[in-house]
Every structure is written in C-alpha cells, then in structure tokens.
Design a protein around this ligand. Structure first.
Ligand SMILES: Cc1cc2nc3c(=O)[nH]c(=O)nc-3n(C[C@H](O)[C@H](O)[C@H](O)COP(=O)(O)OP(=O)(O)OC[C@H]3O[C@@H](n4cnc5c(N)ncnc54)[C@H](O)[C@@H]3O)c2cc1C
Length: 454
C-alpha cells in the first residue's frame, strides 16, 4: 500500500489529510502526518486569544480528534531526500529516523521574519502560535497589576507601554484587540489613568493593512489614533535592546511588551534541507495543480501548498503572481490537493487551483472591524459582526464552532476573563516556596534562554 506523507498539520496539511480520509479507500493509501504540534492552529483567532475573547485552547484544533484514519507522528521533518523518497524525522522523544514514502505533501507553513535588530530576539514575542498569544495577554495583564503598585514614573510608564512592529494583517488585528482589552481593563484599576496607556504600532511603509485599499487603510489609522494609539508610518524599529525601543525616526521609549509581526520568512526546512525545487525566497515551486515543479518539469509524487509554496495565482490580473499567503488560500489548496492526489491515483486529471478572493475582513477590537470586497467597504460594528460570523463558520468542526460561540455568548453577559495566568510558566514556585516570603521569580513571561543576541 502507498504511503502519503504530509509534512505539517497546519491549515493546508490538516485539510489535505482530512479530505484524503474521505476521498481514498482504506486499501488505497496510508496517510501519515508529521507535525511537532498535536493541533492545527486556527491563526485568525489569535488576535481574539490575545484579548481574552476566544479561549486559547479553542484556537487549537486537535489532529487526533479529527484525523481518525491518519497516522500522526509527533515530530519534525528535518530533511527531505525526494530522490530516495525518504524524509528524516526528529521525533519529539527518541532518535531521528528515516521515513520512506511514496508521495509527499509539503505543507510546513512559514516562520515569523525576525530581522537582525539588536534586542529583538531577546525581547520580542511573535504572534503565530497559541502560546505566543497567551503570553502576550498574560504579560499585559501582569503589567497592569504591577503598574498599579508603583507611583507614576518611568517604571510604571514602561509597564503600560506596548509596541507592535508590523502593520500587516495580523499586526493590526492583534494591536486593535489588545488595545481594546487594555482600554476596558484600565477602568478596573483606579490607581491607573487611561492617559498613561501607550500603544505604538510601527510600520515601515506609508500605510498599514496593505490588503485593503488606500482610503479604508487611512480610516483604520484614524480609528486607532482616535482610541489613543500612536501609529508610526514610514518608521522602523532599529533597536529594542533591554526593552528600550528606538525608531528610525529618532523617537524612543521603553516598552514592557514588544510584539513582532513584520511578516513571514520561508520555512528553514523547505529552504535549506530538501532536494525539491525552491525559488529565490526559499518557497517551494509548485504548479497551478499543486504538484511540485514547473509546467514543463513536474516533480513526480511531490505536492505542496500553503504559506511555504509559491502557488501560481490564476485569478490574478498580473501574470506570474503567486497566491497570497493566507488561510483563505491554504484551506482551499489543502482540499484541492486531496482531490488531485485521489484523482491522479485513479488515473484522472488534476485540476488547477483558481480562487477569487472573498475580500478582506479584519477585527480592530471588540465591536470594531473593517471589511473590503473590491469597491465595497464596511466599517465598524457591522464589519466586526461579519468577522465573527465568518470565522465561527470557518473554524473546522461543529465541536469547535459551538465552543467558540459559547465563550462569545457568556462574555456578552459576564465580560471577558481578565486574570493573568503568567505564573503557569513557573508552576513549581508555590509548591517549592511553600508560602514562605522569598524573592519572587523574575517577571514570569516568555523565557528566552534560547535567544542569541545579534
Ligand atoms: C495572527 C494571524 C491571523 C491571521 N488571520 C487570518 C485571517 O483572518 N484570514 C486569513 O485568510 N488568513 C489569516 N492568517 C494567515 C493564515 O493563518 C495562514 O496563511 C495559514 O495558517 C497558512 O497555512 P499553512 O498550512 O501554510 O501553515 P500553518 O497553518 O502555519 O501550518 C504549518 C504547520 O507545519 C508545521 N511544521 C512546520 N515546520 C515543520 C517541519 N519541519 N516538520 C513538520 N511540521 C512542520 C507547523 O507546526 C504547523 O502546524 C493569519 C495569520 C496569523 C499569524
């Protein structure tokens, strides 16, 4: 029996495996998914995880619960030798081993672009994973508790200062949601004044949200500024050493929380450790039917999709354009990939991927959003309702939809949860100290033992 290896069980990989389970007979092929995480991350919910509007575990879709006929391996593919049809897998526990396959599907996604800026590796937190979203929220909540014990001054101001680098889709959504949480939270702290909150959004180009056109983009800037935010356009973070942020415009300030959302870099495994063809950016070269290779030179038995692949965008007016790295494409590519693998195994033709964008929808915080589909722009509450409606329908499985909806409904009645659980990062502290008054641990937040100074 053939083995189909899916590298990465995120959006594209999860949908590929899920659909292969329904399209293939049990005796046709064995599907194996390798991923270090036991879940697919529903990334569009991460901004709401930041704000406490979506429970963190509800943004994690369990692979084991949904992929019932797929073999799941908890590990990371470190190299692919497609000529030998072999992938090297580093297991979560245990030695590296060679996994032989007949067909490979590469859906390992992208990584957050870091840039070699002093202090960023030590201080900043990305926003691609559930644990990052949880840490960002906890750090803000802990900062409020700490600031409320200090007199006004630089230390207190630093705790109440938040910086987001990158004004793309995820940065703006995260920024808007966290600002919304902070603005409502501060009313619960009589010791603190709303004017003390400092939220900085730093964007290198002259506009934020490149996915929406000029006017709606400017409206988003004005809307954030009307809520007290500082939006720095044409500005770059040039240093974040020790949490002291320096911008290319000369402005500087101390910031307790720095969130790094400046875009994607190629997955290092795809870029450097396969014999599959990649382009100059380290993206897998795939054809419109999602086979790896070019129209003239397809690579047999290799397929790719999602954020790690340069998929030709047949719906784009500009020739040679690749599909935008987003969930809209990753989901549909994953489904088509399963269909095409099934078709080719049965001697039928693979179909090309063609998807016309459904538009752009972004949350800007509780009750605020923006939606654009071609010339149609909807702002404010209606856009936010469309955002919620779209994502509750889009998150895979009824079980997830109902859980998320239940949290939204209870929050509408009781408000969102506002306690920091940052102490989970040091779970033995209470047990070891046994309640004795000892020096508290350094600010419990994200640990950076692995960070290398640049
Ligand atoms: C905060 C945020 C909000 C977003 N909001 C939206 C939105 O509203 N709408 C929208 O359309 N898009 C949105 N996106 C983008 C969208 O989530 C991504 O485009 C989509 O997740 C890409 O899917 P993927 O399968 O290519 O990669 P991913 O979903 O990132 O999955 C990649 C998987 O591969 C695994 N992996 C990585 N390396 C290896 C390896 N070496 N071996 C094995 N497994 C590996 C990872 O653990 C991961 O599970 C958002 C993204 C973010 C970060």
């Amino acid at each position: 029996m053939r083995t189909i290896l899916v590298v990465g069980g995120g959006y594209a990989g999860f949908y590929t495996a899920w659909k292969l389970e329904t399209k293939l007979r049990r005796d046709e092929a064995r599907v194996v998914v390798v991923d270090p995480r036991p879940y697919m991350t529903y990334q569009p919910f991460l901004p709401e995880v930041l704000a406490g509007s979506v429970e963190s575990r509800h943004a994690a879709v369990s692979l084991r619960r949904h992929l019932r006929r797929t073999r799941l391996i908890s590990g990371r593919v470190t190299a692919v030798d497609h000529a030998q049809r072999t992938a090297t897998v580093q297991l979560a526990e245990g030695p590296e081993f060679a996994l032989c396959y007949d067909i490979i599907v590469v859906t390992a996604g992208a990584v957050t672009r870091k840039l070699a800026i002093p202090g960023v590796a030590e201080q900043a937190i990305g926003m691609k994973h559930v644990e990052e979203a949880v840490a960002i929220r906890d750090r803000l909540l802990t900062a409020f508790d700490r600031a409320s014990t200090l007199r006004p001054g630089p230390r207190r101001q630093r705790l109440l200062t938040v910086t987001f680098a990158g004004g793309g889709f995820s940065g703006v959504e995260g920024f808007g949601e966290l600002l919304s949480l902070a603005s409502s939270l501060i009313r619960k702290y009589p010791e603190l004044k709303p004017a003390e909150l400092e939220f900085h959004l730093v964007e290198a180009s002259d506009r934020i949200l490149p996915e929406v056109s000029g006017r709606p983009g400017r409206w988003v800037v004005r809307s954030l500024e009307s809520r007290g935010a500082h939006v720095h356009l044409n500005a770059r973070v040039v240093s974040a050493r020790d949490g002291h942020v320096v911008l290319s415009t000369g402005e500087e300030f101390d910031s307790n929380l720095i969130v790094w959302t400046v875009g994607n870099d190629a997955n290092p495994m795809v870029r450097s450790h396969t014999d599959l063809p990649i382009d100059g950016r380290g993206m897998l070269i795939v054809r419109a039917d999602l086979r790896v290779g070019t129209e003239n030179e397809p690579v047999p038995d290799a397929w790719g999709a999602g954020d790690d692949a340069a998929v030709p965008d047949l719906a784009a007016a500009r020739p040679g354009a690749a599909t935008v790295p987003n969930a809209q494409n990753a989901v549909r590519q994953g489904k088509l990939l399963a269909r095409n693998i099934g078709a080719t195994l049965r001697g039928r033709m693979a179909k090309p991927y063609v998807h016309h964008s459904l538009g752009t929808i972004a949350t800007l915080g509780l009750g605020r959003g923006i939606f654009q589909y071609r010339g149609i722009v909807i702002k404010g509450l209606p856009a936010w309702l469309i955002h919620r409606g779209y994502h509750v329908l889009a998150v895979p499985s009824w079980e997830r939809k109902i859980r998320v909806l239940a949290v939204w409904l209870t929050a509408a009645v009781f408000g969102r949860d506002i306690v920091s659980l940052a102490a989970v990062q040091d779970p033995r502290y209470a047990f070891v100290t046994g309640g004795e008054p000892v020096e508290p641990p350094a600010q419990p937040s994200v640990r950076f033992e692995y960070a290398r100074p640049v």
